[in-house]
Design a protein around this ligand. Structure first.
Ligand SMILES: Cc1cc2nc3c(=O)[nH]c(=O)nc-3n(C[C@H](O)[C@H](O)[C@H](O)COP(=O)(O)OP(=O)(O)OC[C@H]3O[C@@H](n4cnc5c(N)ncnc54)[C@H](O)[C@@H]3O)c2cc1C
Length: 417
């Protein structure tokens, strides 16, 4: 069996995994990413969520402030420099979002990982986790027909569903079912240049069609991904009422069912909505947009009350600025806000396994309750937890880890001087 010794192995090349890898590589560590699919970016590219949320403080002033590290600022500025969209938009109630194109983000991540000397194994999946005392000492990865042995000093699980903790048989933070999933698809030949009026026409047509064809009520909320209408094309988001669980088979079936629903619904829309009369589906994005799944359990579990009270902690390593956003099975979304120009902090202990000294988490796999993750899962926050996990995982002793957490906290509060 081929064997690799690495300082830090990262499971999952979503936004969190890529940020973690860059942060660890900047500390001059040998970093390897294991990614199940053939591309980088996870939900952000393969589901094409289309907008970055949680990167700015919610504010009623004209100029939003970027939340988090100078790493987040540099990341966003570089992405903006190669994107068409140059400024964040005030989406609603003081929430600022930044639109991006999935292919631009994907190439950007490829270039950044390459520039930082990070190794990536695509089409590869963790199948076994071995432990010795309080540490993980070996991972077995299935890569094509080969099995590969990884001997890591530290592991960061950015899989979005705590796969490392699951394989190690650890306690998880789980629910019988999760927020509804949405599927995003791209439509070309759209004869409208106003997202507002396109959304209005979609809503009107879908209300009528849902009644007439007995489609799920959630389809009434079919909408345009904010900022995606340009050059006669737009990305549409449809939410499915089916329960999301931790069962891969059920979720895969839903993806197939979802594709069929979109192909069934769309021809009716082209008849009912004037601006869609010549429109065609260009792409149904390859990954069903599953918002949350099972998560890893850390030394601390972030709660709804921490989020809504904007709790600050001196071990805080990320600032959360997005409200609690939960998608219901009827297609409605519920938002619970905290005050403007404020944020809650995510403590380092949400990123550190309760069981293993060398297992860390980032992104939508941090240790948080169902309500808390409904805020902390957005891309702007994943960028920060990824960065922090990458830095913390490079520490060789608990003392070093404490100092790193203090440094990260200082940077969040006072900037990187
Ligand atoms: C429909 C929808 C709309 C959204 N809208 C927005 C929005 O507008 N703005 C916003 O900021 N956020 C939005 N989000 C949330 C956001 O996109 C995600 O929470 C965020 O991108 C998660 O990043 P991540 O890196 O933690 O996980 P993911 O993006 O899920 O990445 C996990 C990666 O791990 C890989 N992986 C999984 N298991 C394994 C394994 N066993 N071995 C190896 N690799 C593995 C996966 O292939 C994937 O690449 C939305 C999410 C959804 C689903």
């Amino acid at each position: 069996m081929i064997s690799f010794e690495v300082d830090v192995v990262i499971v999952g090349a979503g936004i969190a995994g890529c940020s973690a890898a860059i942060a660890a590589a900047k500390e001059k560590k040998k970093v390897l990413i294991i990614e199940k699919s053939d591309s980088l970016g996870g939900n952000a590219t393969q589901s094409n969520v289309g907008t970055i949320c949680g990167a700015y403080y919610r504010t009623f002033s004209e100029y939003p402030r970027i939340a988090g590290y100078s790493f987040s600022t540099a990341f966003l500025n570089k992405l903006i420099s190669i994107s068409i969209e140059k400024t964040p938009k005030n989406y609603h109630k003081g929430l600022f979002i930044l639109s991006y194109e999935w292919s631009v983000l994907q190439s950007f991540l490829e270039i950044e990982l390459l520039a930082n000397g990070i190794h990536i194994m695509k089409f590869s999946e963790i199948i076994r986790v071995d432990k010795k005392m309080n540490s993980i000492n070996r991972l077995i990865v299935a890569s094509g027909k080969e099995s590969v042995e990884i001997l890591p000093k530290a592991v960061i699980d950015c899989s979005g569903n705590g796969v490392v903790s699951q394989l190690a048989g650890l306690e998880m933070i789980a629910s019988p079912s999760y927020q509804s999933a949405s599927q995003i698809f791209r439509v070309k030949g759209v004869l409208s240049d106003s997202e507002f009026s396109l959304n209005m026409s979609l809503k009107k047509a879908m209300s009528m069609l849902v009644k007439k064809n007995s489609w799920p009520q959630s389809f009434t909320f079919l909408s345009v991904v904010p900022g995606s209408l340009k050059n006669k094309q737009a990305d549409f988001k449809i939410t499915f009422p089916d329960a999301i669980t931790d069962l891969d088979e059920t979720n895969n079936e839903l993806y197939l069912k979802g594709r069929t629903s979109i192909e069934t619904v769309f021809p009716f829309l082209t008849e009912e909505v004037e601006s869609l009369k010549y429109a065609l589906i260009e792409t149904i994005f390859p990954k069903l947009g599953i918002r949350t799944l099972k998560r890893s359990k850390g030394k601390y579990i972030l709660t709804e009350s921490d989020v809504l009270s904007c709790k600050k902690m001196d071990t805080g390593i990320a600032v959360g600025t997005w409200p609690i956003e939960e998608w219901q099975s009827d297609g409605n979304v519920s938002m619970e806000y905290f005050g403007p120009d404020d944020a809650y902090m995510i403590p380092a202990d949400c990123l550190i396994s309760y069981a293993f000294d060398n297992l860390f988490f980032a992104g939508k796999n941090i240790s948080a309750t169902t309500k808390a993750i409904a805020s902390a899962r957005v891309i702007g926050t994943c960028l920060q937890t990824g960065y922090a996990a990458g830095k913390i995982a490079t520490c060789e002793t608990l003392e070093e880890q404490k100092e790193m957490i203090a440094l990260l906290n200082k940077e969040l509060l006072f900037g990187n001087e």
